[in-house]
Design a protein around this ligand. Structure first.
Ligand SMILES: NC(=O)c1ccc[n+]([C@@H]2O[C@H](COP(=O)([O-])OP(=O)(O)OC[C@H]3O[C@@H](n4cnc5c(N)ncnc54)[C@H](O)[C@@H]3O)[C@@H](O)[C@H]2O)c1
Length: 310
């Protein structure tokens, strides 16, 4: 609401909790509705749906049927089949359906993707992420794979640029939880590239990192700092009888970008495609394959087996 209000495009807010609806409507001087159905009747072009995941499919399909462009928070519907139907509905009604996979709008992800695809780092061998922090109090309807892991599945798919063949995952759930709270996910992509995701709600520290092991460079990206270390190395002459002292020249290049708020870029993209009818950076279609990988990871967690991605 803060960003949309700054952009001068915010016209109203709906929340089922009257205190919430009243407070934010007053703060941003916009109309307030106590149901999204009422909001959809008003003269607006687009909606951003930021409710709990298990409400997404119903609210988004009603909004699309009402002819509104939709930005739907990740993980969009939480089921690839439901998302496939929703995407088809959006296409049919000729409205934009964009996915709120905010990390894709992080400028450092842009940098990594561009450099990789220009061949600057050599061939990508493994893309590995670590997204760990402590338990949020707000998420009650999905586990850590659908809440946090989907960001990294989306980013890894984007940088790898190939289809996933299969997924193997290990993890589990804390005693007090209905869903998994930690997972380690291994993804086998076409062409032999490996994806690896460590995600949890158990760690006291918040870490958000992506590492790209490539044939020329090792690249460590920090999503929060919006910075990357690009490393390469070469051996100097060494004595074959002395492997304790192997002289190695390490070249480390630090890329530090001017920080930009990923959510601001996401909303700017949504407003621009809603006006032009073009595809958003994260479309419903691209999120379907993200959800298929997340579903395969959850099935692998349940069965202990490697799961093919359909
Ligand atoms: N992209 C990101 O980085 C990011 C970050 C945080 C949350 N999210 C996503 O945003 C969504 C919401 O998460 P949250 O943490 O803000 O949840 P929350 O529970 O804190 O807030 C959701 C709000 O939706 C309201 N609501 C619930 N049902 C409603 C309905 N039927 N109609 C209108 N209002 C309704 C609730 O009253 C509440 O005010 C989730 O899908 C989550 O995955 C994305």
């Amino acid at each position: 609401m803060r960003i949309l209000s700054e952009k001068g495009v915010l016209s109203g807010v709906a929340d089922v909790v009257p205190e919430v609806a009243n407070a934010v409507a007053t703060k941003y001087s916009v109309e307030r509705f106590l149901s999204y159905q009422e909001l959809l009747k008003s003269d607006i072009d687009a909606v951003v749906i930021v409710t709990p995941t298990d409400t997404h499919e119903k609210i988004a399909s009603d909004a699309i049927r009402a002819g509104k462009h939709v930005l739907l928070e990740k993980p969009m519907t939480g089921s690839s089949e439901k998302l496939r139907l929703l995407t088809a509905l959006a296409r049919d009604k000729k409205v934009v359906l964009a996915g709120g996979f905010t990390e894709r709008y992080n400028p450092i992800v842009d940098f990594a993707h561009r450099s990789l695809h220009a061949g600057e780092f050599g061939e990508l061998i493994t893309a590995a992420t670590r997204r760990v922090s402590s338990l949020p109090t707000r998420i009650r309807d999905v586990g850590v794979v659908m809440d946090l892991g989907v960001h990294d599945i989306d980013v890894i798919q984007y940088v790898v640029g190939r289809r996933a063949n299969s997924v193997y995952a290990l993890g589990g759930q804390g005693k007090s939880m209905k869903y998994e709270d930690h997972a380690n996910i291994l993804i086998d992509f076409e062409g032999g590239t490996t994806g690896f995701i460590e995600v949890n709600w158990l760690t006291p520290m918040k870490v958000r990192k992506l590492a790209l092991t490539c044939s020329k460079n090792f690249v460590e990206v920090d999503y929060m700092d919006q910075a990357a270390n690009v490393c390469s190395s070469s051996f100097r002459h060494f004595e074959s009888g002395n492997l304790f002292n192997v002289p190695i020249d390490v070249d480390l290049r630090r890329i530090s970008l001017k920080k930009e708020e990923p959510l601001k870029r996401e909303l700017a993209d949504f407003l621009s495609v809603a006006a032009s009818g073009k595809d958003p950076l994260v479309s419903g279609e691209s999120a379907i394959s993200t959800l298929k990988i997340a579903e395969a990871a959850l099935e692998s967690l349940r069965t202990g087996k490697k799961v093919q991605v359909e």
